[in-house]
Design a binder for this molecule. Structure first.
Ligand code: ACM
Length: 515
C-alpha cells in the first residue's frame, strides 16, 4: 500500500501526515468559526470553494470548521500550520496568518479535484478524508518570476497565475516589468515610459507590433489579490542594463543623449545602458519611489544583469563619474550604480534584490539571485549576502521540458520536470554557514519565445509543481512525487491549466497534449 501522503496526493508534500479513518462532510449547513486573526483565511476558503461547490460556508460561532491563530504553534514559523480533520470538526491553526492561508490550500487539495475549479458541480455533499497534518516549509522564499516585458500579459492572467502559485504554496511572484523590449509600469513624472517605451515595432523580424502596459490601479489590485493568497508581488525594474525601452522614451537618460533609439526589436543583450549622471540617478529614484508606493513588498528587484560597459568608456559624463567617485575605471561603475539605487531602497526601509553574475558584483546591502552558476551563490553567501537560488540550469523555464520535436520553440537546451525536482535547493557541498544564507528558490520564465498565456502555462506546468516541492519539502522522493502528480494533474485540469500533460507512466508527446 502506498504511504498515506501518496493516497492524498498533497503537493507540495507536507512535513507530517497521519491518516485517520472516516470523513468530514461539507454541505450547505456547514459553517465556519474564524477568530479575529483568521478572517482573511476564512474569506479565502469561501472564495476558493464557492465557484465549484456553491457552498456559502457562512460564519457561525459554533461552526464545525474552526480557523484560529494559535501562538502555541509558533514553532512552525511564519508559514507553518496544523490541520486536524475529524469526522465532526475541521480545525486549522497557525501561529501566523500566512500559515492559515497555506492550510486553506491543503484543505482544498483534500477535496475532490472538481471542487477546485470554477465550473459549478451539481453535488451538495463534499467529503474530506480525516487526517492530521503538521506542515512547515523548508525555505522561506519560494518564487516564480514572470517576464511581462518581452511579451506583455493581461492582468487577468496574472491573477490566475497567482492562484496557481498559492495552490502550490509558492509565496513570491516576481514581475519582470521592464526590459530593452518594453516598459510596462506607469510612472507619473515620466509618461513616455509607457507611451513610447511600452511599444515596439516588431519582435525578431516578425513584422508584428507588440505593446501594452498596466495601470497603477491594476498593479495595486494584483498586489492585494496576491496578498490575500499569501503571495507577495516583488517588482523588478531593470538597471543599469536592459534599459533600452526607457532610453527610447528619454534619450537623456543614456550615455549619448543625441542618439535616438527605438524600443529594441531583437532579443539578447543590448549594448545601450543607462548613464551614470545625476539626472539618470534621479530618474531611477523617482521610479523607485512610485514602485515602493504601489508595491509594499520588503524586497524590490533592481536587475543588475547583463550590463555591457562599452558605452561608459566613451561617455564624458561616465568618465567624469569615475574620477569624481574615485573608481579604478568604468568597469567599477556597475557596482557603484547598484549601490546608489540600492541605498535609495534601504533609506526607505526596503531591501534590494539583484541578479549576480559572479557573487561579487553587487553591494553588501543586496540579497542576490545567482542566475548563471549556483557556485556564484556560494561566493556571495561566503561574503555575507543572503541568496535566492535561481541558476538557469535548474530554474529557467524558457528551456523546453523534453526533446520531443513537437515541443514549442524555446531556448536551445533542455530542463525536464525531473531535473527541476531533483536539483538541490541548497547545494549539499556548501558549508553550513553559507547554506544558512539561502533564503529560497525561484524559477524564471522569460517570455521571448512564449508570447501568450497558453505558451507560458505550458512552460510553467508541471515544472512549477516540482520547484514548489523543492522549496517547501525537506524530504524529496521522485517516485512518490511522480505518483502524486498523476492525481494532482486532475486538480490542474479542473483549474484549466494548459500545462504539459503528465502521467507517471508515460509523458505523451506535446501534439497529443494540446489537442
Ligand atoms: C538573466 O537571465 N539575464 C537574469
Amino acid at each position: 500500500m502506498p504511504p498515506p501522503h501518496q493516497q492524498l496526493a498533497l503537493l507540495p508534500r507536507p512535513t507530517r501526515v497521519s491518516r485517520r479513518s472516516g470523513h468530514f462532510v461539507l454541505d450547505p449547513h456547514t459553517r465556519v468559526h474564524a477568530d479575529s486573526g483568521a478572517q482573511e483565511a476564512a474569506d479565502l476558503l469561501r472564495a476558493l470553494l464557492r465557484p465549484a461547490t456553491g457552498l456559502s460556508l457562512g460564519p457561525s460561532p459554533d461552526g464545525r470548521i474552526v480557523l484560529a491563530l494559535d501562538p502555541a504553534l509558533s514553532g512552525l514559523g511564519e508559514e507553518g500550520y496544523g490541520l486536524t480533520v475529524g469526522p465532526d470538526a475541521l480545525l486549522l491553526r497557525a501561529a501566523r496568518p500566512a500559515g492559515l492561508l497555506h492550510g486553506v490550500q491543503t484543505i482544498r487539495q483534500l477535496l475532490p479535484p472538481a471542487a477546485l475549479g470554477s465550473a459549478p458541480v451539481r453535488r451538495t455533499r463534499w467529503e474530506l478524508p480525516c487526517v492530521q497534518i503538521t506542515d512547515t516549509p523548508r525555505l522561506a522564499r519560494r518564487g516564480f518570476m514572470i517576464d511581462v516585458a518581452r511579451h506583455f500579459q493581461p492582468v487577468e492572467w496574472l491573477h490566475h497565475l497567482t492562484d496557481l502559485l498559492a495552490l502550490h504554496k509558492l509565496n513570491v511572484l516576481q514581475l519582470h516589468l521592464t526590459d530593452d523590449q518594453g516598459w510596462r509600469l506607469p510612472v507619473a513624472d515620466y509618461p513616455l515610459l509607457t507611451e513610447i517605451g511600452g511599444h515596439r515595432a516588431e519582435s525578431a523580424g516578425d513584422g508584428v507590433p507588440h505593446g501594452g502596459s498596466y495601470t497603477t490601479e491594476e498593479l495595486r489590485a494584483l498586489v492585494a489579490y496576491a496578498a490575500a493568497r499569501g503571495v507577495t508581488v516583488v517588482p523588478e525594474i531593470e538597471m543599469p542594463g536592459h534599459a533600452r525601452a526607457a532610453l527610447a522614451a528619454y534619450p537623456e537618460l543614456g550615455n549619448h543623449p543625441s542618439v535616438r533609439h527605438e524600443v529594441w526589436t531583437r532579443w539578447g543583450v543590448c549594448e545601450n545602458v543607462f548613464g551614470v549622471h545625476d539626472a539618470t540617478l534621479d530618474f531611477c529614484r523617482t521610479v523607485l519611489d512610485e514602485v515602493m508606493d504601489a508595491f509594499p513588498s520588503r524586497y524590490v528587484h533592481l536587475g543588475g544583469d547583463e550590463c555591457p560597459k562599452a558605452e561608459w568608456y566613451t561617455s564624458p559624463s561616465a568618465l567624469e563619474r569615475v574620477r569624481e567617485a574615485g573608481l579604478p575605471g568604468p568597469e567599477a561603475l556597475h557596482t557603484w550604480f547598484m549601490g546608489q539605487v540600492g541605498d535609495h531602497l534601504v533609506e526607505h526601509g526596503r531591501h534590494p534584490l539583484g541578479w549576480t553574475e559572479s557573487g561579487e558584483d553587487l553591494p553588501e546591502s543586496f540579497t542576490v539571485l545567482p542566475w548563471r552558476d549556483a557556485d556564484h551563490g556560494h561566493v556571495a553567501a561566503r561574503r555575507g549576502h543572503d541568496v535566492i537560488m535561481a541558476p538557469y540550469r535548474t530554474s529557467y523555464f524558457d528551456y523546453p521540458q523534453s526533446d520531443h520535436p513537437a515541443e514549442p520553440p524555446g531556448q536551445p537546451g533542455l530542463l525536464t520536470l525531473r531535473d527541476v525536482y531533483e536539483a538541490e535547493a541548497v547545494p549539499t557541498s556548501w558549508e553550513a554557514p553559507a547554506a544558512r544564507h539561502v533564503l529560497g528558490v525561484q524559477a524564471q520564465l522569460w517570455s521571448e519565445y512564449a508570447p501568450t498565456p497558453a505558451h507560458l502555462e505550458y512552460l510553467a506546468f508541471p515544472r512549477l509543481t516540482a520547484l514548489a516541492e523543492r522549496g517547501w519539502s525537506a524530504r524529496r522522493d521522485w517516485d512518490g512525487f511522480a505518483l502524486r502528480l498523476d492525481h494532482h494533474q486532475e486538480r490542474l485540469d479542473a483549474l484549466g491549466v494548459r500545462g504539459r500533460r503528465w502521467t507517471a507512466t508515460a509523458t505523451p508527446p506535446p501534439g497529443e497534449e494540446t489537442a
